[in-house]
Write a protein that binds this ligand. Structure first.
Ligand SMILES: [Ca+2]
Length: 417
């Protein structure tokens, strides 16, 4: 864990208040079973839904989904047998970075796993999960959804599907409640690059996300493709942990985002025009000439409150930025293990920051320093800073008929806040 890296992130953001937009998709407070069955319809071998008592912030009932796998018709299924339930909707989820819901499983034994789907155009976005016994709150980042066939974007979701896949020919049931979408002020963008770089792009995005989660800082997770489709809307900060080969459409959206006051953090790979907006007039690729040449980044201690003195990196090559424009200044410099200073490593400008390599996750900071950095970051998270994320804005008016009747907005607890 590298609180030094996180401190950089937190320090850049501390002056801005953060909040979340919540779109309630379904609170499952149907008047009776007939109303629930009119909204949620069984497909394939499944039987009609019911209502299941569930006291929660969203009301008193949940949707009960029978999984009567002992029925003969499950045995006759030409495909992998499953209990499938669908609801027709009209939702624009383009800017929502996570899908959250409560899921209940009465007996997980007969269930192999479950899948939540969103249908758009000619395909599905799908995310599998393993139900456990009892109620569990599930939070799924948008970038975790896979694709089946040819979905046409999150802007026009026309069907939601929940299914439980059969493991054994025994009867049980599941229930779902408080299905909603969230958008946070912070977005982490996972690079959509193909091939061998794909895993690095995913790892870098997950690493930054894990650090934010350590502090209870919520974020939405998107891909380059989501950005190209307009995912960056109400966000205040977008973090590009490693995004080589971004499309022209995605780059144009980021430029527009910056023009609307959004801040960005880019690591290593960056388009030249975007680099200029971050006060990086140009940069020069440098391979390390000897081991440990780019061992650490030493920071200008007073550049940002809470900034660590240094962080370990162990980088093997870098892009060395030339500073210019947008009030940019270099606030961190590469140094070897003896502390000999090298080229600029981190540039901070009015539009965000650029670092000339990925965050490698190699810091093995001692407990004392880690604790000090943690405390520093906690101070940056006081009310008025990131801790203001506890305030929620509800956008019930934007659900475009997705809800069967108006209710008070969900109150969604923030992890660790
Ligand atoms: Ca409910």
């Amino acid at each position: 864990m590298r609180y030094s890296d996180l401190t950089c992130v937190v320090a850049l953001l501390a002056a801005t208040s953060f909040a979340a937009d919540v779109m309630l998709i379904d609170d499952f407070e149907y008047a009776d079973e007939a109303a629930a069955q009119a909204a949620w319809q069984p497909d394939e071998q499944a039987e009609p839904v019911g209502l299941y008592p569930h006291e929660s912030e969203g009301g008193k009932t949940a949707l009960m989904m029978p999984c009567n796998f002992s029925l003969e018709r499950y045995k006759l299924s030409p495909n992998n047998p499953r209990a499938v339930y669908d609801r027709t909707v009209d939702l624009d989820l383009a800017r929502y970075g996570s899908i959250v819901f409560d899921f209940y499983c009465d007996d997980p034994d007969p269930i192999r796993n479950a899948t939540l789907y969103f249908h758009s155009a000619a395909g599905w976005y799908a995310k599998g999960f393993n139900p456990s016994k009892g109620w569990k709150r599930m939070s799924v980042s948008r970038s975790e959804f896979g694709r089946e066939d040819a979905p046409g974007g999150w802007r026009a979701i026309d069907r939601i599907r929940v299914c439980a896949w059969q493991s054994k020919a025994e009867d049980t049931f599941c229930a779902i409640d408080n299905l909603h979408a969230r958008t946070e002020d912070i977005a982490i963008i996972r690079g959509s690059v193909e091939g061998s770089e794909s895993r690095t792009a995913r790892d870098c995005a997950e690493r930054v996300g894990n650090w934010l989660s350590e502090f209870g800082i919520r974020y939405g997770s998107f891909t380059d493709e989501d950005v190209a489709a307009g995912a960056l809307s109400s966000h205040k900060l977008a973090i590009f942990a490693y995004n080589p080969g971004m499309s022209a459409e995605a780059i144009a959206q980021v430029i527009d985002f910056i023009g609307r006051g959004g801040k960005v953090m880019f690591f290593y790979s960056i388009d030249a025009e975007l680099a200029k907006l971050l006060g990086v007039a140009s940069y020069t690729y440098m391979g390390s000439e000897h081991r440990d040449q780019f061992a650490e980044v030493g920071f200008e201690a007073d550049a940002i409150p809470g900034l660590p003195e240094k962080m370990q990196q162990g980088s093997w090559n870098i892009n060395a930025p030339e500073v210019g424009g947008h009030n940019a200044k270099a606030i961190g410099f590469w140094q070897d293990k003896e502390g000999n200073a090298g080229p600029a490593a981190v540039v901070l400008s009015d539009n965000g920051s650029y670092m000339g390599h990925i965050l490698t996750g190699s810091d093995a900071a001692g407990h004392r320093r880690t604790k000090r950095l943690y405390l520093g970051a906690r101070r940056a998270l006081r009310p008025g800073g990131l801790a203001a994320s506890g305030r929620e804005r509800s956008h019930r008016g934007e659900t475009r008929g997705a809800l069967h009747r108006p209710r008070a907005a969900l109150r969604v607890p923030l992890a660790g806040a």
